[in-house]
Design a protein around this ligand. Structure first.
Ligand SMILES: [Zn+2]
Length: 115
């Protein structure tokens, strides 16, 4: 039995496995992997591809028997993820305001104003 069998795998091992962009297959650089949050063995990670500028956000969980990760493409920046991850669920007033906004305006028009 390996000496470190009961120890969780280091997060660096999980980050090393996430080394390729799922969109353009370009290699990530180590300095573009931002660990935004850590809670016990779970890490929230944001990576922006240096080649195509697409981003992923992923949760990497380290356990004594290995690593598990769930990730998805996102248009959020690392700052957006940090800010929004502490926000509670949308309440009824916010939902109603969103409904009214979308009733009055085109979604693509609203999104184009964000840039
Ligand atoms: Zn890419």
């Amino acid at each position: 039995m390996p000496k470190d069998f009961k120890q969780p795998k280091p997060i660096q091992e999980g980050l090393r496995l996430m080394n390729q962009c799922p969109v353009c297959k370009g290699d990530y650089r180590a300095d573009q992997k931002n660990i935004l949050e850590q809670k016990n063995e779970a890490h929230l990670v944001h990576i922006t591809c240096p080649h195509c500028s697409n981003s992923i956000v992923a949760v990497i969980v380290t356990t004594p028997v290995g690593l598990s990760s769930v990730g998805m493409l996102t248009d959020l920046t690392a700052e957006d993820v940090s800010r929004l991850s502490h926000r509670g669920p949308m309440n009824e007033d916010e939902l109603f305001a969103s409904h009214l906004l979308l009733k009055e305006r085109n979604l693509s028009e609203i999104l184009s104003e964000r840039k």
